[in-house]
Design a protein around this ligand. Sequence first.
Ligand code: ATP
Length: 364
Amino acid sequence: MAEITLDNIAHCYLTTPKKESDYALRLIDNIWEDGGAYALLGPSGCGKTTLLNIISGLLTPSKGRVLFDGKDVTALPPEKRNIAQVFQFPVLYDTMTVFNNLAFPLKNRGFNKEDINKRVLDVAEILDLTDCLNKKAAGLSADAKQKISLGRGLVRKDVAAILFDEPLTVIDPQLKWQLRGKLKEVHEQLKLTFIYVTHDQMEALTFADKVIVMYEGAIVQIGTPQELFENPSHKFVGYFIGSPGMNFLPCTLNGNKAMINNIGIELDDRTAALGEKSTGTLELGIRPLYLEVHPEEVENSFPTQVKSIEDLGSYKIITADLSGNTLRAILPEGKDIFSENAWLRFPKSWIRLFANDRLLTHQG
Ligand code: ATP
């Protein structure tokens, strides 16, 4: 297990970069804790695989250093970094039995027979592979093959980290849930450093203790699922996490009110003070889960026109218009809206202010 330090890392695939956008990774300066379960989450092309390959040693960064437990490994190839990797598609030996595939990484490193047997049986049990240990990998389904790949990653306890690059892509949706749960269990048992790349927020939020959100070659926030949901540090995190994403309304400040055209939404003193100090372009953000929709007027509510209602079984998504802005709200089970005319209420404790796309906080 290792603490991983990314010391001012940047990477460009071009030999002569001319502008910032030529960099696949712009500037990453972070320490990831020993034994943490991290998910690297972001849209296609944001640099997740580039960063993972820099950590594994498949790629040398254009700038900066990678340290494992304080030791500079930037120039070391993957085989000298003592890491395990699980890729999107199964990597295994088709002609070997499942047992021998799982045992291979241990045999290769000279573990004794007894230790190998014990470890292979443990991992096979975790991944429900016990019944097929004596079968050749060739005849197995894509799911089973990917489970073997996962097993080959998990079989060594002595690794600095296990890197997973979208490992559940080929797995059937039902089994995905199970395997994600298994990975979490394994992490809790072994406390190895897990780094899991995905563009699927559900996968990231259910797997990781800390989610690292990437956008355009940079890390925009590292936080627990709750921190990302309640206090997204950047508008991108607000959009990307949560379904539907956070609502944003351009606003100006008038005393304790955020003005959306001629509508004044009351803020708590703390939030208003943050807005007052800021010089940037202001926006009010609120999660659809916290925006209240009422069939009748309630205190501090604003009339709105409901444009659509999507019924998703256990809840509904309301799309409504407020002074020319489209907003989404989640209506919990048991509540309903029967007419186009409804009232929106913005609970003060869930209102966030953003300036130039960044969350305003007291930490600065
Ligand atoms: P995805 O989820 O689609 O795999 P990603 O977040 O992993 O995307 P990367 O694959 O790291 O993103 O790509 C980051 C940027 O670097 C993209 O603009 C991509 O086109 C570019 N890129 C990636 N690999 C190479 C390469 N070998 N040569 C040139 N450009 C590359």
